[in-house]
Design a protein around this ligand. Structure first.
Ligand code: FMN
Length: 363
Protein backbone atom coordinates (compact mmCIF):
# COMPACT_ATOMS: atom_id res chain seq x y z
CA UNK A 1 0.00 0.00 0.00
CA UNK A 2 3.05 2.25 0.46
CA UNK A 3 3.40 2.38 -3.27
CA UNK A 4 0.13 4.21 -3.82
CA UNK A 5 1.04 7.15 -6.02
CA UNK A 6 -2.32 8.64 -7.00
CA UNK A 7 -5.84 8.70 -5.59
CA UNK A 8 -7.28 6.49 -8.34
CA UNK A 9 -5.25 3.51 -7.19
CA UNK A 10 -7.44 3.10 -4.12
CA UNK A 11 -10.39 2.10 -6.28
CA UNK A 12 -8.93 -1.29 -7.27
CA UNK A 13 -8.02 -2.05 -3.66
CA UNK A 14 -11.52 -1.13 -2.53
CA UNK A 15 -12.97 -3.40 -5.19
CA UNK A 16 -10.93 -6.31 -3.90
CA UNK A 17 -11.74 -5.69 -0.26
CA UNK A 18 -15.43 -4.81 -0.28
CA UNK A 19 -18.45 -7.07 -0.81
CA UNK A 20 -19.74 -6.59 -4.37
CA UNK A 21 -23.00 -4.94 -3.25
CA UNK A 22 -21.11 -2.24 -1.34
CA UNK A 23 -18.39 -1.62 -3.93
CA UNK A 24 -21.00 -1.33 -6.68
CA UNK A 25 -23.03 1.15 -4.63
CA UNK A 26 -19.99 3.40 -4.21
CA UNK A 27 -18.68 3.08 -7.74
CA UNK A 28 -21.80 3.18 -9.89
CA UNK A 29 -23.40 5.91 -11.91
CA UNK A 30 -26.88 6.03 -13.37
CA UNK A 31 -28.08 4.01 -16.39
CA UNK A 32 -25.50 3.99 -19.23
CA UNK A 33 -22.99 5.74 -16.96
CA UNK A 34 -22.17 8.09 -19.82
CA UNK A 35 -21.91 11.06 -17.49
CA UNK A 36 -19.77 9.01 -15.10
CA UNK A 37 -17.09 8.60 -17.76
CA UNK A 38 -17.58 12.10 -19.09
CA UNK A 39 -16.92 13.60 -15.63
CA UNK A 40 -13.34 12.32 -16.05
CA UNK A 41 -12.93 12.65 -19.81
CA UNK A 42 -13.94 16.29 -19.93
CA UNK A 43 -11.03 17.27 -17.67
CA UNK A 44 -8.64 15.72 -20.18
CA UNK A 45 -9.85 18.03 -22.94
CA UNK A 46 -8.72 21.10 -21.02
CA UNK A 47 -5.06 22.01 -21.47
CA UNK A 48 -2.70 24.40 -19.75
CA UNK A 49 -1.04 27.59 -20.94
CA UNK A 50 1.74 27.71 -18.34
CA UNK A 51 3.89 30.78 -17.70
CA UNK A 52 7.61 30.42 -17.18
CA UNK A 53 10.36 32.08 -15.18
CA UNK A 54 8.15 33.07 -12.30
CA UNK A 55 9.57 32.74 -8.78
CA UNK A 56 7.56 29.85 -7.34
CA UNK A 57 9.58 29.29 -4.16
CA UNK A 58 6.49 30.07 -2.09
CA UNK A 59 3.09 28.65 -2.98
CA UNK A 60 0.02 29.67 -0.99
CA UNK A 61 -2.97 27.35 -1.34
CA UNK A 62 -5.01 28.75 1.55
CA UNK A 63 -8.48 30.13 0.99
CA UNK A 64 -11.63 31.15 2.85
CA UNK A 65 -14.90 29.34 2.27
CA UNK A 66 -18.05 30.99 3.66
CA UNK A 67 -15.93 32.69 6.28
CA UNK A 68 -13.87 29.64 7.28
CA UNK A 69 -10.17 29.60 6.50
CA UNK A 70 -8.89 26.32 5.05
CA UNK A 71 -5.48 25.13 3.93
CA UNK A 72 -6.41 24.16 0.39
CA UNK A 73 -9.39 24.51 -1.96
CA UNK A 74 -10.02 20.74 -1.89
CA UNK A 75 -12.88 19.64 0.36
CA UNK A 76 -14.84 16.47 1.08
CA UNK A 77 -18.24 15.97 -0.55
CA UNK A 78 -21.03 14.21 1.32
CA UNK A 79 -21.11 10.50 0.64
CA UNK A 80 -23.66 8.32 2.41
CA UNK A 81 -23.10 5.30 4.65
CA UNK A 82 -19.33 5.39 5.13
CA UNK A 83 -19.30 2.62 7.75
CA UNK A 84 -19.98 0.18 4.92
CA UNK A 85 -16.44 1.04 3.74
CA UNK A 86 -14.69 0.93 7.11
CA UNK A 87 -15.85 0.43 10.73
CA UNK A 88 -14.72 3.97 11.62
CA UNK A 89 -16.62 5.43 8.65
CA UNK A 90 -17.42 9.11 9.05
CA UNK A 91 -15.23 9.37 12.17
CA UNK A 92 -12.17 8.54 10.10
CA UNK A 93 -13.17 10.98 7.36
CA UNK A 94 -13.76 13.77 9.89
CA UNK A 95 -10.35 13.25 11.51
CA UNK A 96 -8.56 13.11 8.16
CA UNK A 97 -10.24 16.31 6.95
CA UNK A 98 -9.41 18.09 10.15
CA UNK A 99 -5.76 16.97 9.99
CA UNK A 100 -5.56 18.33 6.44
CA UNK A 101 -7.12 21.63 7.51
CA UNK A 102 -10.06 21.29 5.17
CA UNK A 103 -13.83 20.90 5.24
CA UNK A 104 -15.77 17.66 5.56
CA UNK A 105 -19.40 17.57 4.47
CA UNK A 106 -21.46 15.00 6.39
CA UNK A 107 -24.32 13.31 4.52
CA UNK A 108 -27.87 13.26 5.90
CA UNK A 109 -27.54 9.53 5.30
CA UNK A 110 -24.38 9.12 7.35
CA UNK A 111 -23.90 6.01 9.41
CA UNK A 112 -22.64 8.44 12.06
CA UNK A 113 -24.67 11.35 13.41
CA UNK A 114 -23.88 15.07 13.44
CA UNK A 115 -23.14 14.80 17.17
CA UNK A 116 -20.83 11.83 16.70
CA UNK A 117 -18.87 13.58 13.96
CA UNK A 118 -18.59 16.69 16.15
CA UNK A 119 -17.26 14.50 18.99
CA UNK A 120 -14.17 13.60 16.94
CA UNK A 121 -12.71 17.01 17.85
CA UNK A 122 -12.28 20.39 16.24
CA UNK A 123 -12.78 20.70 12.51
CA UNK A 124 -14.71 22.68 9.95
CA UNK A 125 -17.80 20.78 8.83
CA UNK A 126 -20.78 21.29 6.59
CA UNK A 127 -24.00 19.30 6.77
CA UNK A 128 -25.64 17.96 3.60
CA UNK A 129 -29.40 18.06 3.78
CA UNK A 130 -31.99 15.92 2.04
CA UNK A 131 -35.42 17.43 2.62
CA UNK A 132 -37.77 14.69 3.70
CA UNK A 133 -41.55 14.90 3.82
CA UNK A 134 -41.74 15.45 7.57
CA UNK A 135 -40.56 19.05 7.90
CA UNK A 136 -40.43 18.85 11.70
CA UNK A 137 -37.75 16.20 11.40
CA UNK A 138 -35.88 18.38 8.89
CA UNK A 139 -36.02 21.41 11.19
CA UNK A 140 -34.82 19.36 14.16
CA UNK A 141 -31.96 17.89 12.20
CA UNK A 142 -30.83 21.30 10.96
CA UNK A 143 -30.90 22.59 14.55
CA UNK A 144 -28.86 19.62 15.71
CA UNK A 145 -26.26 20.31 13.00
CA UNK A 146 -26.14 23.94 14.11
CA UNK A 147 -25.68 22.98 17.76
CA UNK A 148 -22.98 20.48 16.81
CA UNK A 149 -21.00 23.36 15.28
CA UNK A 150 -21.55 22.65 11.59
CA UNK A 151 -20.95 25.83 9.60
CA UNK A 152 -23.15 25.50 6.52
CA UNK A 153 -25.97 23.48 5.02
CA UNK A 154 -25.44 21.94 1.59
CA UNK A 155 -28.96 21.49 0.28
CA UNK A 156 -29.06 18.71 -2.30
CA UNK A 157 -31.50 19.65 -5.03
CA UNK A 158 -30.92 17.02 -7.70
CA UNK A 159 -32.65 14.11 -5.99
CA UNK A 160 -36.46 14.38 -6.01
CA UNK A 161 -36.24 10.70 -6.97
CA UNK A 162 -33.26 8.40 -6.97
CA UNK A 163 -31.39 7.96 -10.26
CA UNK A 164 -31.54 4.50 -11.78
CA UNK A 165 -28.36 2.77 -10.71
CA UNK A 166 -28.61 -0.61 -12.32
CA UNK A 167 -25.95 -2.35 -10.26
CA UNK A 168 -27.87 -1.50 -7.08
CA UNK A 169 -31.05 -2.86 -8.63
CA UNK A 170 -29.35 -6.12 -9.62
CA UNK A 171 -27.69 -6.45 -6.20
CA UNK A 172 -30.91 -5.51 -4.36
CA UNK A 173 -28.84 -2.98 -2.46
CA UNK A 174 -29.72 -2.47 1.18
CA UNK A 175 -27.91 -1.05 4.22
CA UNK A 176 -26.07 -4.02 5.77
CA UNK A 177 -27.27 -5.39 9.13
CA UNK A 178 -25.96 -3.56 12.18
CA UNK A 179 -25.79 -0.17 10.44
CA UNK A 180 -28.38 2.59 10.57
CA UNK A 181 -28.73 6.07 9.13
CA UNK A 182 -27.57 7.52 12.42
CA UNK A 183 -29.03 11.00 12.07
CA UNK A 184 -32.47 9.38 12.14
CA UNK A 185 -31.86 6.91 14.96
CA UNK A 186 -35.10 5.83 16.59
CA UNK A 187 -37.21 6.86 13.59
CA UNK A 188 -38.44 4.73 10.70
CA UNK A 189 -36.17 6.93 8.62
CA UNK A 190 -33.12 5.32 10.21
CA UNK A 191 -33.75 1.97 8.55
CA UNK A 192 -33.82 0.69 5.00
CA UNK A 193 -36.01 -2.24 4.00
CA UNK A 194 -34.87 -4.92 1.61
CA UNK A 195 -36.93 -4.84 -1.58
CA UNK A 196 -36.99 -6.51 -4.98
CA UNK A 197 -34.84 -3.78 -6.44
CA UNK A 198 -32.61 -1.14 -4.81
CA UNK A 199 -33.65 -0.61 -1.19
CA UNK A 200 -32.46 2.98 -1.52
CA UNK A 201 -34.85 3.67 -4.41
CA UNK A 202 -37.83 2.73 -2.24
CA UNK A 203 -36.40 4.63 0.71
CA UNK A 204 -36.14 7.79 -1.37
CA UNK A 205 -39.58 7.29 -2.92
CA UNK A 206 -41.13 6.94 0.55
CA UNK A 207 -39.22 9.62 2.44
CA UNK A 208 -37.92 12.36 0.15
CA UNK A 209 -40.17 15.32 -0.59
CA UNK A 210 -40.58 15.37 -4.36
CA UNK A 211 -42.39 18.69 -4.17
CA UNK A 212 -39.24 20.52 -3.05
CA UNK A 213 -38.97 23.85 -4.88
CA UNK A 214 -37.30 27.26 -4.72
CA UNK A 215 -39.70 28.51 -2.03
CA UNK A 216 -38.24 25.84 0.25
CA UNK A 217 -34.82 27.42 -0.10
CA UNK A 218 -36.44 30.47 1.51
CA UNK A 219 -38.17 28.29 4.10
CA UNK A 220 -34.83 26.80 5.06
CA UNK A 221 -33.54 30.32 5.75
CA UNK A 222 -36.39 30.83 8.22
CA UNK A 223 -35.30 27.84 10.30
CA UNK A 224 -31.53 28.40 10.30
CA UNK A 225 -28.96 31.16 10.23
CA UNK A 226 -26.39 28.89 8.65
CA UNK A 227 -25.39 29.76 5.08
CA UNK A 228 -27.03 27.55 2.46
CA UNK A 229 -25.16 26.04 -0.45
CA UNK A 230 -27.37 24.79 -3.28
CA UNK A 231 -25.82 21.51 -4.40
CA UNK A 232 -26.69 20.21 -7.85
CA UNK A 233 -26.81 23.28 -10.11
CA UNK A 234 -25.89 22.70 -13.78
CA UNK A 235 -27.29 25.70 -15.65
CA UNK A 236 -27.04 29.50 -15.73
CA UNK A 237 -30.82 29.75 -15.25
CA UNK A 238 -30.69 27.89 -11.95
CA UNK A 239 -27.56 29.74 -10.85
CA UNK A 240 -29.47 33.02 -11.19
CA UNK A 241 -32.42 31.59 -9.23
CA UNK A 242 -30.12 30.30 -6.50
CA UNK A 243 -28.72 33.81 -6.03
CA UNK A 244 -32.21 35.30 -6.15
CA UNK A 245 -33.49 32.89 -3.48
CA UNK A 246 -30.70 33.69 -1.06
CA UNK A 247 -28.19 30.88 -1.51
CA UNK A 248 -24.80 31.70 0.03
CA UNK A 249 -23.07 29.57 -2.58
CA UNK A 250 -23.57 27.13 -5.42
CA UNK A 251 -22.15 23.67 -5.94
CA UNK A 252 -22.00 22.65 -9.58
CA UNK A 253 -22.63 18.92 -9.24
CA UNK A 254 -24.25 16.05 -11.10
CA UNK A 255 -24.20 13.93 -7.94
CA UNK A 256 -21.19 12.00 -9.16
CA UNK A 257 -23.20 10.98 -12.26
CA UNK A 258 -25.63 9.02 -10.10
CA UNK A 259 -28.83 10.92 -10.90
CA UNK A 260 -29.68 12.06 -14.46
CA UNK A 261 -27.48 10.37 -17.05
CA UNK A 262 -26.41 12.45 -20.10
CA UNK A 263 -26.02 15.67 -18.21
CA UNK A 264 -22.67 17.24 -19.04
CA UNK A 265 -19.56 16.76 -17.02
CA UNK A 266 -19.54 19.30 -14.22
CA UNK A 267 -16.33 20.89 -15.54
CA UNK A 268 -18.24 21.60 -18.80
CA UNK A 269 -21.14 23.24 -16.95
CA UNK A 270 -18.98 25.25 -14.56
CA UNK A 271 -18.22 28.30 -16.64
CA UNK A 272 -21.82 29.19 -17.50
CA UNK A 273 -22.76 28.91 -13.84
CA UNK A 274 -19.83 31.09 -12.77
CA UNK A 275 -20.80 33.73 -15.33
CA UNK A 276 -24.44 33.70 -14.21
CA UNK A 277 -23.45 34.01 -10.54
CA UNK A 278 -21.62 37.26 -11.46
CA UNK A 279 -19.38 36.99 -8.44
CA UNK A 280 -22.33 37.47 -6.08
CA UNK A 281 -21.84 34.05 -4.47
CA UNK A 282 -18.96 31.58 -4.63
CA UNK A 283 -19.31 28.65 -7.01
CA UNK A 284 -17.84 25.23 -6.18
CA UNK A 285 -17.57 22.05 -8.22
CA UNK A 286 -17.62 18.33 -7.60
CA UNK A 287 -17.52 15.34 -9.95
CA UNK A 288 -14.54 13.44 -11.27
CA UNK A 289 -11.85 15.41 -9.44
CA UNK A 290 -8.96 12.95 -9.13
CA UNK A 291 -5.84 15.02 -9.83
CA UNK A 292 -4.28 18.27 -8.71
CA UNK A 293 -4.49 19.34 -12.35
CA UNK A 294 -8.30 18.91 -12.16
CA UNK A 295 -8.42 21.24 -9.18
CA UNK A 296 -6.40 23.87 -11.05
CA UNK A 297 -8.65 23.61 -14.14
CA UNK A 298 -11.78 24.09 -12.01
CA UNK A 299 -10.27 27.16 -10.35
CA UNK A 300 -9.17 28.56 -13.72
CA UNK A 301 -12.79 28.27 -14.88
CA UNK A 302 -13.94 30.26 -11.86
CA UNK A 303 -14.59 27.74 -9.08
CA UNK A 304 -13.73 28.84 -5.55
CA UNK A 305 -12.94 25.26 -4.58
CA UNK A 306 -13.75 21.63 -5.29
CA UNK A 307 -15.17 18.66 -3.41
CA UNK A 308 -14.25 14.99 -3.79
CA UNK A 309 -16.62 12.05 -3.32
CA UNK A 310 -15.57 8.55 -4.35
CA UNK A 311 -11.82 8.92 -3.64
CA UNK A 312 -12.73 9.23 0.04
CA UNK A 313 -14.87 6.09 0.26
CA UNK A 314 -12.40 4.02 -1.75
CA UNK A 315 -9.48 5.16 0.43
CA UNK A 316 -11.57 4.50 3.55
CA UNK A 317 -12.20 0.95 2.37
CA UNK A 318 -8.53 0.41 1.55
CA UNK A 319 -6.88 2.02 4.57
CA UNK A 320 -9.35 3.84 6.87
CA UNK A 321 -8.31 7.24 8.21
CA UNK A 322 -4.75 6.76 6.90
CA UNK A 323 -6.13 6.29 3.41
CA UNK A 324 -8.27 9.42 3.51
CA UNK A 325 -5.34 11.43 4.88
CA UNK A 326 -3.20 10.16 2.04
CA UNK A 327 -5.83 11.07 -0.57
CA UNK A 328 -5.96 14.63 0.73
CA UNK A 329 -2.16 14.83 0.91
CA UNK A 330 -1.67 13.48 -2.62
CA UNK A 331 -4.20 15.92 -4.09
CA UNK A 332 -2.64 18.76 -2.13
CA UNK A 333 0.86 17.89 -3.36
CA UNK A 334 -0.29 17.51 -6.95
CA UNK A 335 -2.17 20.79 -6.83
CA UNK A 336 0.85 22.59 -5.38
CA UNK A 337 3.03 21.15 -8.14
CA UNK A 338 0.48 22.16 -10.80
CA UNK A 339 0.48 25.72 -9.46
CA UNK A 340 4.28 25.81 -9.48
CA UNK A 341 4.60 24.48 -13.02
CA UNK A 342 1.96 26.92 -14.27
CA UNK A 343 3.67 29.81 -12.52
CA UNK A 344 0.88 30.61 -10.05
CA UNK A 345 1.77 31.41 -6.44
CA UNK A 346 -1.64 31.97 -4.94
CA UNK A 347 -5.21 30.99 -5.81
CA UNK A 348 -6.03 34.48 -7.01
CA UNK A 349 -3.31 34.20 -9.63
CA UNK A 350 -5.09 31.22 -11.20
CA UNK A 351 -7.09 32.76 -14.03
CA UNK A 352 -8.77 31.74 -17.26
CA UNK A 353 -5.54 32.63 -19.12
CA UNK A 354 -3.84 29.50 -17.79
CA UNK A 355 -6.07 27.08 -19.69
CA UNK A 356 -7.42 26.45 -23.15
CA UNK A 357 -10.68 24.60 -23.74
CA UNK A 358 -12.35 23.09 -26.80
CA UNK A 359 -14.93 25.89 -26.69
CA UNK A 360 -12.41 28.75 -26.76
CA UNK A 361 -12.31 30.97 -29.81
CA UNK A 362 -9.10 30.43 -31.80
CA UNK A 363 -6.33 32.76 -30.66
N1 FMN B 1 -24.53 13.55 -2.44
C1 FMN B 1 -25.38 14.03 -1.52
O1 FMN B 1 -25.80 15.17 -1.63
N2 FMN B 1 -25.78 13.25 -0.47
C2 FMN B 1 -25.35 11.97 -0.29
O2 FMN B 1 -25.72 11.31 0.67
C3 FMN B 1 -24.48 11.45 -1.27
N3 FMN B 1 -24.03 10.17 -1.17
C4 FMN B 1 -23.17 9.69 -2.11
C5 FMN B 1 -22.69 8.40 -1.99
C6 FMN B 1 -21.74 7.91 -2.89
C7 FMN B 1 -21.22 6.52 -2.71
C8 FMN B 1 -21.30 8.73 -3.95
C9 FMN B 1 -20.27 8.23 -4.93
C10 FMN B 1 -21.79 10.01 -4.09
C11 FMN B 1 -22.73 10.51 -3.18
N4 FMN B 1 -23.20 11.82 -3.29
C12 FMN B 1 -24.08 12.29 -2.34
C13 FMN B 1 -22.67 12.73 -4.32
C14 FMN B 1 -21.40 13.42 -3.83
O3 FMN B 1 -21.69 14.37 -2.83
C15 FMN B 1 -20.67 14.15 -4.95
O4 FMN B 1 -21.58 14.98 -5.61
C16 FMN B 1 -20.01 13.21 -5.96
O5 FMN B 1 -19.59 12.02 -5.35
C17 FMN B 1 -18.82 13.88 -6.61
O6 FMN B 1 -18.29 13.10 -7.63
P1 FMN B 1 -17.02 12.11 -7.46
O7 FMN B 1 -17.49 10.92 -6.70
O8 FMN B 1 -16.67 11.81 -8.87
O9 FMN B 1 -15.94 12.87 -6.73
Amino acid sequence: MDQITNVMEYQAIAKEKLPKMIYDYYASGAEDQWTLEENRNAFSRILFRPRILIDVSNIDMTTTVLGSKIKMPIMIAPTAMQKMAHPEGEYATARAASAAGTIMTLSSWGTSSVEEVASTGPGIRFFQLYVIKDRNVVAQLVRRAERAGFRAIALTVDTPRLGRREADIKNRFVLPPGLILKNFEGLDLGKMDKTDDSGLTSYVANQIDRSLSWKDVKWLQTITNLPILVKGVLTAEDARLAVQYGAAGIIVSNHGARQLDYVPATIMALEEVVQAAQGRVPVFLDGGVRRGTDVFKALALGASGVFIGRPVVFALAAAGETGVRKVLQMLRDEFELTMSLNGCRSLKEITRNYIMTPWDAPR
